[in-house]
Ligand binder design. Structure first.
Ligand code: HEM
Length: 151
């Protein structure tokens, strides 16, 4: 690390922005790890969402690692996640009610785990991404051969 770089606590593609978000929200990789692990513990116990995940994920460690990287990218702008969420969801048996339930559990967990500013930050992003995913999944279910609009 050069001396010109600001003192972000974690490796980031945009260290200045990451440091500013961390200072404003109280979020860091440890909080996001706690958020992801607590959230998926609830998801796995959920009567509606749990079976959908159980049918696709047998080894949870890599999924949880991927989701910490995803939230690090989304919330802290670190650029750690390089996957494609839309194709991962288009084959799933999900519709509006699943997204509402997912968001309900996510909001609840974020408020338990994060500071108020941190919870507001991740909830706003989760709501935006859930809306995009819902649109993409609905389009793919209506026209399975169409080119996906989002990746
Ligand atoms: C409607 C409720 C949802 C269900 C049932 C669901 C289910 C799943 C499942 C089963 C996977 C694993 C897919 C696989 O590896 O085969 C997955 C991956 C993933 N989900 Fe969701 N999901 C939901 C909503 C969301 C939302 C709202 C977000 C983001 C805010 C999200 C973000 C992701 C990401 C980033 C991955 C990893 C994709 C990859 O890189 O492979 N999911 N989801």
């Amino acid at each position: 690390m050069s001396t010109a770089e600001p003192s972000a606590q974690i490796a980031s593609a945009r260290p200045e922005m990451t440091a500013a978000i961390m200072a404003e929200t109280g979020l860091d990789e440890d909080v996001l790890r706690d958020l992801v692990h607590s959230f998926y513990a609830k998801v796995r116990r959920d009567a509606v969402l749990g079976p959908i995940f159980a049918a696709r994920i047998s080894d949870w460690d890599p999924h949880l690692e991927r989701m910490v990287a995803f939230w690090s990218s989304v919330a802290l702008m670190t650029g750690r996640y390089h996957g494609r969420p839309v194709p991962a969801h288009t084959p799933l048996p999900i519709h509006g009610a699943h997204f509402e339930r997912w968001l309900g559990l996510f909001r609840e967990t974020a408020r338990e785990v994060c500071s108020p500013a941190g919870a507001a930050h991740v909830i706003e992003r989760a709501e935006r991404i859930a809306r995009s995913l819902h649109i993409a999944v609905t389009e793919a279910q209506a026209a399975p051969d169409a080119i996906p609009a989002l990746s």
